[in-house]
Design a binder for this molecule. Sequence first.
Ligand code: AHM
Ligand code: MG
Length: 339
Amino acid sequence: MYEGQQLRTVQQHILQEQTRFPGATGEFSWLLSGITLAAKMIQSKVRRAGLTDLLGSMDQTNVQGEVQQKLDVYSNEALMHCLSLRQSIGILASEENERPITVNFKSPSAKYAVIFDPLDGSSNIDVNVSVGTTFSILRRPEGEDSTDVEKWVLQPGATQVAAGYVVYGSSTILVYSVGNGVHGFTLEPGVGAFLLSHESIKMPSQGTYYSTNEGYVNQMPAPYPEFIQDLRQGKLGRPYSARYIGSMVADFHRTLLKGGIFLYPPTEAQSSGKLRLLYEANPIAFIAEQAGGIATDGNQRILDIQPTTIHQRTPLVVGSQVEMQAFANAVPAMAESVN
Ligand code: AHM
Ligand code: MG
């Protein structure tokens, strides 16, 4: 079936990447394998989502004897379970849990915190639209801070040692970076392996799509409505088309591959936007920058924001160089974070 092709699994790739870290012992690849295992578990449930009502609703036992759970709860538990077995992890923090969870926190071998949104865009599940998982990996802080749970988690995105996401779409794709470019792996469902399908992804310097919830345009502050109108009117050389899925991971994945711009601005209802800094904007910004793109909150680079609370929200504007430069020109305060 794969005759003549050089197949590379995500595990092989991670092991190779790891050789870049002096003194790496294999624990980092073991950690990431916890994420890929959970992703396979989640995708297998997501693929059966439409059957849940047929085979038994929540709190009921389905024909295979499994108790049905809401998919976002299941996804959270899958990640918590797979990652808590990794000795190198001290803290797990999730959109689904109010507080970070300490696992091997006291052990000196615990070097990393993993922060994730287990099922982003989960309202799309009912209508067969793509959803995703996002994750951010931070290193244990040095010195006194190393025993302070908040200090582990509340680090600016620039300190991420790795980040990525999984899109459960027409296929399941995992995209990750350890700070050495961005690589994508598509799940081969027949063998259950993520195979390298997108090596060294570079975001095109300009795209043809803008992506935002235009239903909120009258609630957006200046200069967002004007900027969006400029895109439609061809001020950047051609009139842009609109694409908005309503799953950030899927909207970003298209932006990564095709170029363009994704905007979730502040609105009257949500003055800091809707998306969460630590487990949504930070991993997306890390991947975007690694692929040659730019991510800002409208005032500063996303990766420079010093977080103050674990679930804090942030506006997010992310995309290709040309669109982001044009956005910066529309928002003078931003010029510094883009240039
Ligand atoms: P969720 O984490 O509760 O799923 O919410 C985040 C999602 C993002 O995936 C998406 O970009 C956004 O909500 C869509 O929000 P809206 O419906 O306001 O456009
Ligand atoms: Mg989310």
